[in-house]
Design a protein around this ligand. Structure first.
Ligand SMILES: *Cc1c(COP(=O)(O)O)cnc(C)c1O
Length: 429
């Protein structure tokens, strides 16, 4: 059954002499599952093709951004039309305001916003803003949550840090993280205790409202509202990192789904439609502190890049049309229910969840509510599952500690073929 991956192997060999580990972002290297990463040649809709010409159904979707699937016609046209008019001006454009208006319609808590070039930049900047606004230094984050790779947030982080089992990265000086308090997710008691211990020192609590970087872990009932109440009581800001969940768990993000309004939000991924982008925003009163209207400095040569704005705008316009998100969300539910049933029929212990168009499953019989319980998962079994799926033309994230994504291009045929592959694979494990 093994596919030919000669060309990917050749390319990987060359890349290893050019890039650390052969990649430009760690999780791409397949270290969590072993084997050679696929080098991608092209993609369309719900499918990607590797350099050897093998076709796969794609549940990675560039780690979330591609809600319409690959190379959606309207996104490709928007990019090519804009490219012909110039790729960057370093001056304001109407496109930035158009995208901001659409984002604010969908996520009204972003009364004002600032575009940046990545999720990392968004979270890093939003923390600087929270500190500037409150005049406080400490921040609370949650173990197994990933907010990009800025020094101060690289403490007990998820995603690649979790996959590779890295401790806090060398090169991050103690001084950068001494004000970062890292606590277990889904436990309000520890948050209250930390706020009570430093009542006037905590600038913000930053949270992935639905955790997607330790695998998919949902907030427990009342947890997000509890964070809202506690931060308000102690004068700290509540920051939702919706870089992954924004326009994915619901059109209005987790803040709409759970009806909890953060003070500030970080965005990325979907709003760039597959081009590099990020944004942070929130209450006007707070955002006014950003330069040049205020004194908190933050800038970017390519920020609000017209190609990224055009791609994001085309993506969000289609994605917010009536029924599009709902159909993809229904396909996601169908997929995860199918996986759950197949696992049960094979007596495989599995914790499976989905929300909107994100899904995830863990090979464990322990309910997964935080990073410690996520780590009870059988990662060797996951690796076998990953490779067996790949051989059958289904590409999921090459790590137990990443979420899966469904797009508008994942139609009944795609979901059916995926469940067929799972039926064969879970019978083997
Ligand atoms: C992907 C991600 C980031 C980082 O975004 P980049 O664009 O990779 O820098 C930050 N926060 C969350 C929740 C993410 O999923």
């Amino acid at each position: 059954m093994a596919l030919s991956q000669d060309r990917s192997q050749e390319l990987f060999q060359q890349a290893q002499g050019l890039f650390p580990g052969g990649v430009n972002s760690p999780v791409r290297a397949f270290r969590g599952v072993g084997g050679t990463p696929l080098f991608i040649d092209h993609a369309q809709g719900g499918y990607i093709w590797d350099a050897d010409g093998n076709r796969y159904i794609d549940y990675v979707l560039s780690w979330g951004p591609l809600v319409l699937g690959h190379a959606a016609t309207e996104v490709v046209s928007a990019i090519t039309e804009q490219a012909a008019k110039g790729t960057s001006y370093g001056a304001p454009t109407a496109l930035e305001s158009q995208l901001a208006v659409l984002i604010r319609e969908l996520m009204p808590s972003l009364e004002m916003m600032r575009f940046v070039n990545s999720g990392t930049e968004a979270t890093m900047s939003v923390i600087r803003l929270a500190r500037a606004f409150t005049g406080r230094s400490k921040i609370i984050k949650f173990i197994g949550q990933y907010h990009g790779h800025a020094d101060l947030l690289l403490v007990q982080a998820g995603s690649g840090v979790a996959t590779l089992g890295l401790p806090d990265s060398p090169g991050v000086p103690v001084g950068s993280t001494q004000d970062t308090i890292s606590l277990p997710f889904n436990d309000l008691g520890v948050v209250e205790a930390a706020l009570a211990q430093y009542p006037d020192q905590i600038a913000a609590v930053i949270v992935e409202p639905v955790a997607g970087n330790m695998g998919l872990v949902l907030p427990q009932d009342g947890y997000l509202q509890g964070l809202r109440d506690l931060t308000t009581r102690y004068g700290a800001l509540l920051i939702f990192d919706e870089v992954m969940t924004g326009f994915r768990v619901a059109m209005g993000g987790a803040q709409a789904l759970y009806s909890v309004t953060p003070d500030l939000t970080a965005l990325g991924k979907v709003i760039g439609g597959g081009l590099p982008v990020g944004a942070y925003g929130g209450r006007t009163e707070i955002m006014k502190h950003v330069a040049p209207s205020g004194t908190m400095y933050q800038a970017g040569t390519l920020s609000g890049n017209p190609l990224a704005m055009a791609a994001g705008l085309a993506t969000l316009r289609s994605w917010s049309q009536s029924g599009v998100f709902e159909r993809a969300a229904t396909a996601t539910t169908q997929l995860i229910n199918g996986i759950r049933e197949i696992a049960a029929a094979n007596n495989i212990s599995l914790q499976a969840a989905s929300v909107g168009t994100m899904f995830g499953f863990f090979f464990t019989d322990t309910p997964v509510i935080d990073y410690a319980s996520a780590k009870t998962s059988d990662v060797a079994r996951f690796a076998r599952c990953f490779h067996a799926l790949l051989e059958r033309g289904v590409y999921i994230a090459p790590s137990q500690f990443e979420a899966g994504f469904v797009s508008a291009a994942h139609d009944q045929e795609v979901i059916g073929a995926t469940l067929h592959a799972f039926t064969e694979v879970l019978a083997l494990l």
